[in-house]
Design a protein around this ligand. Structure first.
Ligand code: NAG
Ligand code: NAG
Ligand code: NAG
Ligand code: NAG
Length: 957
């Protein structure tokens, strides 16, 4: 109760106050008290003052318009407000609408706040805040809500805990809209909810609710929208749901519902959206579903449904989306599907469907997405799938389809994703098919395609992934695919001949290259070493020769290197053993000679991965090689370190200095203007008197002169200076610096002061006692401590974002994260955006910070904070982590310093990596916002949440 004490007091005083003043006077004072009680960084409430204008003209306030004006509407959505909720607004005597959504209000709602709710309030919207604690409703006792006329209550997307309140129908009998989604509510859905006899919209989605869907729900015949997905509800779908004849939208996804879909569903004549995916529903698709002729979208995917899809599907003539994937459906795809005029999305993958794909599919539809993969389909690929000219995804892999790629498809320029692998397709790849402008993913592997792929034009500017593996293709390799963004190239198991084209060195995004099992000859071109993001290189089982290019040892994120069964010769470069990222090597059956490195990946290399090289010697005991006659120096090297160097001069220059208090001089800089030893006149502002005592003009001038980066690693009054050339950052002024100066957060190193001369800015951060950079401290940190670092930094970023502040660049364990003496992680915020030279004119957004945070998470998980292909860009590390995460066992990527903690925390670690992968999505839209990151981190560390499976679903097939 303590946090609410002042609020509670105020609420008790309210009745008293309102009898002392006229109502208008009371409203006026109440509004003023709101302004003074909440944090308003954007000053949106500046008009809320006791000047002469009527409060009816204040920002966000609307009065009822009568001559005796009273506040009827308060709308303050998305205004960056924070602090405790201003409960006085709840009880304004004439208030009708109160919208405080999308702010940073935090804390709980005390019972008094609801029991004093104004009886005139109809609309209360508190969505998207940081509210927590239980929803304080109870139908009897001292806090009973009297005579509420509330119709719309939106408490979604907060951190409310406890259960769905049992008394909600007594407290708010007139509710039409109830949204409690996106909280952490537990327990069952109370059957008393059925007493809400006027309810139209019910959202309880994304909570942790358990138990059955109460059959009594069927009594709320006014319901038009039910959204209770993403919970842990179990049992059967109650047949009473069929009584909800006004229902437009039914969404029960991601629960553990069992049993059959009730036949009573036939009565839902107005149903347009039916989403039951990701449950454990069994039995057939009830025939009554085909009577729901208003259906626009039907998704029953990821259940245990059996039986066939009926030809009656033709009755669903409004259907736009039909998703039945991952069930156990059998029989053929009904031919009548091809006659659904509005059908855009058809996903039937992972069933047991057989027979041919309807020959007319596409012609009578409006297809954009077609996924029939992983069935037993036979026959040819229909000619007209792209008849709509809008087909974006064509996914037919793992069937028994045969014949050629039809002409109607090869010029389908809307295509973006094509997966036709593992069928029996044959013939040449049509020339038009290699000129599709939007295709980023093309997998035609595991078919019988033949002919050559060189000597034609490849114009696929969007291509990122190309696999033609396991076909009968022959001839030389083309040296370009018309794409600068290719990441994954697999041409293995064909009959390609000739050399590896040097043009591959221009694939600057390439992460995986697989050319194994061909007839390639000649050397590996030196140019391959230009592919700085290469993670995996497999050229095994060819006739390649020559030496290993020295540049391979410099590839910063190389993890797998397979050169086996070729004719390579020469020595294995000792430097390869120093490549910290290399995990897997196979050099077997070549003509290598000399001593095998005994470090890095070669430590764990077993005999079979180097066998068949009679000239090799040395290595570790496991290698089974004879010792080399000449002693070879073995330097153990755990992992190599790449220092981002030159960039530092241009980037923000961080200088950490020791300033011993005793040697401090007298000339403290509290002054507005000071002259500093030959460095001109400076304007100085001090934000924290105490912390800034250590700043002396002398220290300042040293920092400006030295301008070099140093990590403070001991005790004492460490103070950090950031120096920046003022002409590079014309848009930064005292306003921005002062805002940062006022900002205080447990996980952020505050600004003690700042100075500006004509040419330079210097930011002075408060000293961090016993501070060490995260990268220095990392190896000693347990998993739990790393989690605390992650959560702390995430919270700090979230708060910065709420105030519109950004990091302006990367977040690295070297530069921006300091652990203080208490082990608390503190973020050093770089206020200065990089200059035009290195910033590429980049627009920094919240989503770039999320990316940077993802990179930090990768560092915390893998211990590889330093590995950095090009300073400021982390594509390599991210790609590397992504690869290991998707392909390899946790043991291969987790920081070796945390070995021993795997067993206990493995799920947490995997979930955290999953989050890191999301944060570093190439597409900023796919990255979560910091608020969600905090929520996910806290949840995933506390206990497994349902979000993990949500992400799985979002992954493209
Ligand atoms: C505003 O309020 C303060 C303190 O309540 C008072 O001293 C001042 O006179 C008021 N100003 C006006 C314009 O009402
Ligand atoms: C305006 O005042 C009249 C009488 O005072 C009242 O009946 C009416 O409801 C008021 N209008 C509004 C919009 O509140
Ligand atoms: C609440 O406010 C948000 C905007 O912040 C809006 O999107 C949402 O629809 C509102 N809820 C209701 C029930 O009106
Ligand atoms: C509601 O549905 C159930 C089961 O389908 C049925 O037995 C009952 O009669 C229905 N109630 C009303 C009021 O229609």
């Amino acid at each position: 109760m303590r946090p609410y004490a002042s609020v509670t007091l105020l609420l008790h005083l309210l009745p008293f106050l309102s009898t002392c003043f006229s109502s208008e006077e009371y409203e006026f004072r109440a509004l003023l008290s709101v302004r003074s009680s909440i944090s308003d960084p954007l000053n949106v409430l500046s008009s809320w003052s006791n000047s002469t204008t009527s409060f009816c003209n204040w920002h966000g306030i609307t009065c009822d318009g009568n001559s005796t004006s009273h506040v009827s509407i308060v709308r303050l959505s998305a205004k960056n407000l924070s602090g405790s909720l201003p409960f006085v607004l709840f009880s304004l005597p004439f208030i009708h609408t109160l919208d405080l959504s999308s702010n940073g209000f935090s804390g709980g709602i005390p019972p008094e706040a609801f029991s004093n709710l104004s009886s005139s309030l109809r609309y209360l919207n508190l969505t998207n805040n940081h509210l927590s604690g239980p929803i304080p409703l109870r139908s009897n006792g001292p806090n009973k809500i009297i005579n509420s006329s509330l119709e719309i209550l939106d408490l979604s997307n907060n951190y409310f805990t406890g259960g769905v309140p049992d008394g909600i129908s007594d407290d708010f009998p007139r509710l039409k809209v109830l949204d409690l989604g996106g909280n952490s509510l537990r327990g069952p859905i109370p059957s008393s909810i059925s007493k809400l006899r006027t309810l139209e919209f019910l959202t309880l989605a994304s909570n942790e609710l358990v138990g059955r869907i109460p059959p009594e729900l069927g009594e709320i015949t006014t319901l038009r929208f039910i959204y209770v997905g993403y919970n842990n509800l179990s049992g059967e779908i109650p047949p009473e749901i069929g009584n909800l004849t006004a229902l437009n939208h039914l969404d029960l996804v991601y629960n553990n519902l069992t049993g059959e879909i009730p036949g009573s569903i036939r009565n839902l004549h107005k149903l347009r959206y039916l989403f039951l995916y990701q449950n454990r529903l069994s039995g057939p698709i009830p025939p009554s579903i085909y009577n729901l002729t208003d259906l626009i979208s039907l998704d029953l995917s990821e259940n245990d449904l059996t039986g066939e899809i009926s030809e009656e599907v033709i009755k669903l003539e409004n259907l736009e989306v039909l998703q039945l994937f991952s069930n156990r459906l059998e029989g053929t795809i009904p031919r009548s599907i091809a006659a659904l005029p509005r059908l855009q999305v058809l996903q039937l993958w992972s069933n047991r469907l057989s027979g041919e794909i309807p020959a007319d599919l596409g012609r009578g539809n409006n297809l954009t997405v077609l996924d029939l993969s992983s069935n037993n389909l036979t026959g040819g690929v229909p000619e007209h799938l792209c008849y709509s000219r809008r087909l974006v995804k064509l996914i037919l892999f793992s069937n028994f389809l045969e014949g050629e790629i039809p002409g109607g498809l090869s010029g389908c320029r809307s295509l973006e994703r094509v997966r036709i692998e593992n069928n029996r397709l044959s013939g040449e790849i049509p020339p038009e098919f290699t000129k599709l402008p939007l295709v980023y993913y093309l997998d035609a592997s595991g078919n019988g395609f033949s002919g050559r792929i060189d000597g034609r034009s490849w114009e696929m500017p969007a291509l990122q992934m190309l696999s033609l593996a396991r076909n009968d293709l022959a001839g030389p390799l083309p040296d370009s695919f018309g794409s600068g963004s290719i990441k994954n190239l697999d041409l293995s198991e064909n009959h390609f001949s000739g050399g590896i084209p040097a043009g591959f060195g221009r694939f600057s995004e390439l992460a995986r290259l697989k050319l194994s099992k061909n007839q390639l000859s000649g050397p590996i071109p030196e140019a391959i070493a230009e592919c700085k993001k290469l993670v995996s290189l497999d050229v095994s089982k060819n006739q390649l020769s020559g030496e290993i290019p020295a540049g391979l040892s410099d590839l910063p994120v190389l993890t797998e290197l397979d050169l086996s069964e070729n004719r390579f010769s020469g020595e294995i470069p000792q430097d390869l053993g120093k490549t910290g990222t290399l995990v897997f090597v196979n050099f077997s059956h070549n003509h290598f000679h000399g001593s095998l490195p005994a470090t890095g990946a070669f430590l764990s290399a077993n005999a079979s991965s180097i066998a068949g090289n009679p000239g090799l010697c040395g290595g570790t005991a496991r290698s089974g090689l004879p010792p080399c006659t000449a002693a070879v120096e073995k330097t153990p090297c755990r992992f190599s370190v790449f220092f981002p160097m030159a960039v530092l001069l241009i980037l923000m220059l961080s200088v950490l200095l020791f300033l011993l208090i005793r040697r401090r001089r007298r000339e403290h800089i509290y002054l507005k203007k000071v002259e500093i030893n030959g460095n001109g006149v400076w304007e100085v502002r001090v934000f924290d008197e105490k912390a800034s005592k250590g700043i002396t003009a002398n220290a300042l001038s040293t920092s400006i002169k030295e301008g070099k980066f140093a990590v403070h690693d001991g005790a004492g009054d460490g103070m950090l200076f950031a120096v920046r050339n003022a002409t590079d950052i014309p848009r930064i002024g005292w306003a921005e610096v002062t805002e940062m100066g006022r900002f205080r957060h447990r996980n952020v190193v505050g600004l003690a002061g700042a100075c500006r001369s004509e040419t330079s800015w210097v930011l002075i951060y408060e000293p961090v006692n016993g501070g060490r950079s995260l990268s220095v401290a990392l190896t000693e940190l347990s998993w739990e401590k790393r989690c605390r670092v992650a959560v702390g930094i995430a919270r700090a970023l979230h708060c910065l974002h709420l105030r519109g502040m950004l990091l302006h660049g990367s977040l690295t364990a070297d530069n921006n994260v300091v652990l203080d003496g208490d082990g608390v992680a503190r973020l050093l915020v770089n206020l200065f955006p990089p200059g035009i030279e290195e910033g590429k004119g980049a627009e920094y957004t919240e989503k770039s910070d999320v990316y940077s945070f993802g990179v930090l998470l990768v560092g915390l998980l893998t211990g590889r904070c330093h590995v950095d292909a090009e300073a400021g860009k982390h594509g390599g590390v991210v790609e590397w982590a992504r690869h290991l995460y998707s392909e390899c066992h946790l043991d291969t990527w987790i920081d070796p310093a945390m070995r021993g903690q795997h067993a206990e925390y493995r799920d947490e670690m995997i979930r955290t990596m999953e989050l890191a992968v999301r944060c570093t999505s190439v597409d900023p839209m796919e990255r979560p916002c910091m608020k969600e990151v905090v929520k996910v981190l806290v949840k995933s560390i506390e206990k497994p949440g349902p979000w993990i499976s949500k992400i799985k679903r979002a992954l493209p097939i």
